[in-house]
Design a protein around this ligand. Structure first.
Ligand SMILES: Cc1cc2nc3c(=O)[nH]c(=O)nc-3n(C[C@H](O)[C@H](O)[C@H](O)COP(=O)(O)OP(=O)(O)OC[C@H]3O[C@@H](n4cnc5c(N)ncnc54)[C@H](O)[C@@H]3O)c2cc1C
Length: 455
């Protein structure tokens, strides 16, 4: 039987999902090419010099709620053997000098009475301008100028940089939950949220309540393995290999040979080449253009943020025994998110591990140091003078987090269109395609494209 030759480029969750999806059928001959020395992409463990393992940021796995996808992602049968299961993400947030351990959304009821009243007044009377193409105009119309100045603008700056041009930002992106606030008790919120214009700006007071109310079936998972989230991508890799997928790590593509707008051969460094009938490309799409010698000129250069991860182990549990991870929306701190592994995996009695994340530009990244990260942890009250660092590691992932500008959108659309016309047998997917970003979204999107093309 003739098997269709498929080359998958990139061994992150997108590429591994695609490999497993196709490998379930006998009709494909699949090769997965990964440029780094191991698969997993962002969903990998980081091993410190002392051998302690940390994840690369906050990465809980989540079910998509689509049975055939979840079966590929997590296998069949009971999950309890290998996974901790949660019905909701237990996240908290820090804002304006105060903790809220129930949700990642800011609860403006914690503001001084006068401020709160002003915010609520504006929040309820402002009319969201859904036609504007400008983030500043949108957010002011959505939540009012006071909240926009006090919370939304500084938080977006913290994520995307002081230098971010707000007139370039896409208006209606979720920005990690930065489009809603908690403003009332849940009963009042529920009444107001039945009206769409309020639903879009109000949140319930806790993630738990939200999950219960909305009857969300999606559940979140975290591996019991010491490898952390890497267990997931390792399992997917092993399953793919067992089903016959050939995996080439530390492999560089040097050229995409296209005939009549179809890639027929993928050439690799070292002289090897692979014939192919289809390519699933989860690496940056601009690279595909270059490797296929397709001319593309754009004046626009995407603005990319560097992820700075500070991993720590302490001699004693962290002073938050509740949250899986916390967001820090307070503008006087550099950190935006902290993962508290022991609250996810329940191993706190041995000490504790956490990862603090800061987004910056490349120059600022060089100025960041362990001492600063530890100071923030102390100021946040997550550790105190009794905490002794028993392990630390710093991981810098340059140029990984795109600033969601309208120009990026346009450039991606332009490149996407050009690629569709020039390389017709290539599926462009994954976070680099900029058509989806969150884990479940990139997976659902690649699944849909594979269904359309192959089945
Ligand atoms: C800082 C940060 C925070 C995030 N937070 C969240 C979150 O809270 N929730 C959430 O759902 N999602 C989050 N995401 C997004 C989520 O992690 C991704 O959507 C998902 O992991 C993307 O998987 P991927 O396979 O598309 O990309 P990646 O994991 O980046 O994998 C791409 C793979 O392609 C390989 N590759 C690159 N170029 C080549 C090449 N030329 N040849 C061969 N291989 C190549 C890379 O080495 C890598 O292994 C976050 C992402 C970042 C960067």
């Amino acid at each position: 039987m003739h098997k269709q030759k498929v080359v998958i480029v990139g061994g992150g969750i997108s590429g591994l999902f695609a490999a497993n999806k196709l490998a379930a059928y006998d009709q494909f001959d699949i090769t997965l090419i990964e440029s780094s020395d191991r698969c997993g992409g962002l969903l990998n463990a980081y091993r410190s010099e002392q051998g302690v393992l940390y994840d690369q940021g906050t990465h809980l796995a989540s079910k998509t709620g689509i049975a055939h996808i979840d079966k590929i992602l997590f296998g069949e049968g009971k999950l309890a053997k290998h996974w901790h299961e949660f019905s909701y993400l237990n996240s908290g947030n820090y804002f304006s000098g105060q903790w809220n351990l129930k949700t990642q959304v800011v609860d403006i009821r914690a503001l001084p009475t006068e401020c709160y009243q002003k915010c609520v007044g504006e929040l309820l009377t402002s009319v969201s301008d859904m036609t504007t193409e400008d983030y500043s105009t949108f957010i002011r119309s959505h939540v009012g100028s006071y909240l926009s100045d006090k919370l939304f603008t500084p938080s977006v700056k913290k994520l995307y940089g002081d230098e971010v041009d707000f007139t370039h930002l896409k208006p209606k992106v979720g920005y990690f939950g930065l489009n809603r606030v908690v403003a009332f008790d849940d009963e009042t919120s529920e009444v107001l949220k039945s009206i769409p214009k309020y639903d879009e700006k109000l949140a319930f007071s806790s993630s738990k309540y939200f999950a219960e109310k909305t009857n969300i079936t999606e559940s979140y998972l975290y591996p019991k393995s010491e490898l952390g989230i890497q267990f997931w991508t390792d399992s997917l890799l092993n399953r793919a290999v067992n089903k016959g997928v050939k995996v080439k790590t530390s492999s560089q593509i040097t050229h995409l040979n296209a005939q009549q707008a179809n890639v027929t051969k993928v050439e690799l460094k070292g002289g090897e080449s692979l014939d192919c009938e289809y390519v699933i490309w989860t690496a940056p799409p601009f690279l595909a253009l270059r490797l296929a010698n397709i001319a593309f000129t754009s004046a626009y250069r995407p603005v990319l943020r560097t992820a700075n991860l500070f991993h720590f182990s302490f001699n004693r549990p962290v002073l938050n025994s509740q949250n899986h991870y916390v967001w820090n929306w307070d503008e006087s701190f550099k950190s935006f998110r902290i993962t508290l592994y022991d609250n996810i995996a329940g191993r706190a009695e041995k000490g504790s591990r956490l990862t603090l994340e800061i987004l910056s530009n490349e120059e600022q990244s060089e100025l960041l140091c362990y001492e600063h990260a530890l100071e923030e942890l102390k100021e946040l009250g997550l550790i105190d003078n009794r905490h002794i660092v028993i392990d630390q590691a710093r991981q810098t992932i340059p140029n990984t987090f795109p600033v969601p500008t309208k120009q990026l959108d346009n450039a991606v659309k332009e490149v996407g269109e050009l690629l569709r016309l020039s390389l017709k047998n290539v599926i462009f997917a994954g976070r680099h395609s900029s058509t989806a970003w969150l884990q479940t979204d990139v997976i659902k999107s690649i699944d849909k494209q594979i269904e359309e093309i192959f089945f």
